[in-house]
Design a protein around this ligand. Sequence first.
Ligand SMILES: Nc1ncnc2c1ncn2[C@@H]1O[C@H](COP(=O)(O)OP(=O)(O)OP(=O)(O)O)[C@@H](O)[C@H]1O
Ligand SMILES: [Mg+2]
Length: 393
Amino acid sequence: MTVSLEQLRRCHVAVDLGAARTRVFVKGAGLVVDEPSVAAVNTRSGALIAVGALAEKMTGRTPDYIRVVRPVSGGTVVDIEMAQRMLRHLLGDKLRRQLRRKPRLRAAACTPHDSDPLAQRAAVETLVGLGARRVELVDTLIAAAVGCGLPVEQPTATMILVCGAATTQVAVLSLGSIVTAERMPVGGDAIDHAVIQHLRHQHELMLPSQSVRPLQVALHGNGLTVQGPTYTEIHGRDVATGLARSVTIDTAAVRQAIQTPLTAVLDGIGKVLRDCPPDLVADLADRGIMMVGGSALLPGLDQMLREATGMPVQIAERPDVCAVLGLGAMLEGRVQPLALGPISVDGRISVDGPVDDRPLSERPLSARSAADDLAADLAGDDPPAGERPTAAE
Ligand SMILES: Nc1ncnc2c1ncn2[C@@H]1O[C@H](COP(=O)(O)OP(=O)(O)OP(=O)(O)O)[C@@H](O)[C@H]1O
Ligand SMILES: [Mg+2]
């Protein structure tokens, strides 16, 4: 089954449930939620204490009876009930009431490229539990490409690199469709982890994960590149004594430490380029790579990719919210119809056989799986308004 732009235009709300942040776009209202995907729970009573930024601040600072949880992991909803509770609180009463008034609430959600049916089902179930009658799933790569203004529907190649927290996805797009793509299970979290491990092993210093960002900023200038500062001072806790300690660290060694996760990203880019038809690779030499996702903001990452690939590399204007904004643009009908399907030698749209004669707006937007049927099963395709599930808590 596939989702077309026509189906997306009937949706009211777009959701991007990321490993690090949850974003919600409401048609007509814009981006209404952009908060960390974190919830703090009182384990004694089971009550939700905080969500979003406040809950994230509590990480590592809670007494025993408070647990900070992340219901989304690796781009997949791993705790559906907690994800629903978190989303309800992030949306707030006013917005929830507003959405509940829609007799047939339809939602669209980003799903990582190549996500398995279980992951798709989890995303659909989460939104159905919040009152959506139907959930359309769109590949994050397409949503992000639309969101950063790439001319995806043109018959020229564009390359997008989505640098998330848990995953990095890369694709070559042409004629509104994915020609080749790869998903690597490394992202900003793996880079942070590599820095933390390096400090622990080389300097016997424990650094809370929230302190990695200031370290990256300290290395700013030319970022994590050889032109940056040679040494920087960092504060943490001594592994052995537990006391606060400062060390001066060699930035070249930090760069070396983050090479491992970055090698996986470079391998993925290389594989996509190797699988890509030569004509499209020639287009890419001029256009280069567009970076989106929060980790695209890692200082110096673009420079590193430029040096490693020899291709021009750009960072999107608002890289972290590109995917949900792209989905929002499709919901609001601000996107030209996309012609999708593998391209044939003569450049016409074809699907291993006859040419698709349907109007562009009715052609499929991206491949979908059983999750679509599941959404229909769970919600009933268009059931009477009275039977609509409510998002009560
Ligand atoms: N200014 C910044 N500098 C460095 N890293 C950053 C910056 N801003 C965000 N990040 C990193 O970006 C990641 C979050 O990116 P993003 O919001 O795209 O993730 P996500 O969509 O929740 O994750 P995923 O798509 O993998 O499920 C985090 O790992 C965070 O550390
Ligand atoms: Mg994301």
